[in-house]
Design a protein around this ligand. Structure first.
Ligand SMILES: NC(=O)c1ccc[n+]([C@@H]2O[C@H](COP(=O)([O-])OP(=O)(O)OC[C@H]3O[C@@H](n4cnc5c(N)ncnc54)[C@H](O)[C@@H]3O)[C@@H](O)[C@H]2O)c1
Length: 270
């Protein structure tokens, strides 16, 4: 069901790799709610060609951008402004990659070159995108920016490894840039801390199957799905949440504030 919550709004959605991606599902939701969208992903990810199916479905152009490359970001923001004929209203940063995790390096023995890349892709990229938007005055008054994060930024989940540190940095940039963009143009910047979700990035975490079942049992409402995450993101892009900024919002069925559940106790007693 559509409520036209984003009627007349325009924005960029980063990170739709395939139909399981949180960004993919969110792009469809934003389109259903009346938004016009520009899709972007890293050139290497776009070679798979999947994103073109989504682009066709929602009538969106696709503009490649490696978010660690300032020239790519400048090009994306300029082309997006040309496409929309001026500024736009929202950005979804749905991007993450743990290079040491991918290469099987343990947290206690990381390669620091890989680690710089992990932080750049997963966290500093938010700063790069916001800084470019500010320079070009690309975001409209009361614009809204959302980035996706995970609770390993606050509590230890050992197999999340260096990505925990990257998410902590992402959440900090959200607050710091949110302050400056709020003062300058009432632009809001928030993170959503999502339940474990079966996507390409999610499944890269070691022991993901056991972990997703554990999180399900530890959440009074169960794990939040990508669909539900998309709905939540729509509300943050809408004018109904205008005064919300610099926050991390747990979208996790109650996991973050649950000490233990009956289901987990029963499992332990077996
Ligand atoms: N899946 C989960 O369990 C889960 C839970 C909490 C938060 N998140 C976060 O949600 C976000 C989206 O991930 P997802 O689960 O939908 O997985 P996904 O693999 O579908 O999306 C990750 C995206 O990041 C993009 N990306 C990687 N390097 C890039 C670069 N240099 N430039 C531009 N784009 C680049 C990939 O191409 C991909 O589209 C990530 O930030 C992830 O950490 C995921």
């Amino acid at each position: 069901m559509s409520y036209n919550l984003l009627k007349g709004k325009k924005g960029i959605i980063f990170g739709a790799l395939d139909e399981k991606s949180i960004a993919w599902i969110t792009a469809i939701k934003c389109h259903e709610e009346g938004a016009q969208i520009v899709l972007s992903n890293a050139p290497v990810a776009m070679r798979m060609g999947e994103i073109n199916k989504l682009a066709e479905k929602i009538g969106a152009p696709v503009i490649p951008c490696d978010v660690t490359n300032n020239d790519d970001i400048e090009n994306l923001i300029s082309k997006t402004m040309e496409h929309f004929g001026g500024g736009f209203d929202f950005i979804l940063h749905s991007i993450g990659m743990g290079v040491n995790v991918r290469k099987g390096k343990h947290y206690t023995d990381i390669d620091y070159g890989f680690n710089v890349k992990t932080n750049d892709v997963s966290a500093v990229s938010l700063h790069r995108v916001l800084a470019c938007c500010m320079k070009k005055d690309a975001l409209n008054e009361w614009g809204s920016v959302v980035a996706l994060t995970y609770i390993a930024a606050q509590r230890v989940f050992p197999d999340y490894s260096e990505m925990a540190d990257a998410k902590a940095l992402l959440e900090s940039i959200t607050r710091s840039f949110g302050y400056h963009y709020g003062i300058k143009k009432h632009v809001r910047v928030n993170t959503i801390s999502q339940s474990p979700t079966r996507t390409t990035a999610g499944s890269g975490v070691k022991g993901f199957d056991g972990f997703i079942s554990y999180a399900e049992k530890m959440s009074p409402l169960g794990n939040a799905t990508a669909e539900e995450c998309g709905n939540y993101i729509v509300t943050l892009f809408s004018d109904l949440t205008k005064m919300v900024t610099m926050q991390n919002h747990f979208h996790d069925g109650g996991f973050s504030f649950t000490g233990v559940t009956q289901a987990v106790i029963e499992q332990m007693e077996k």
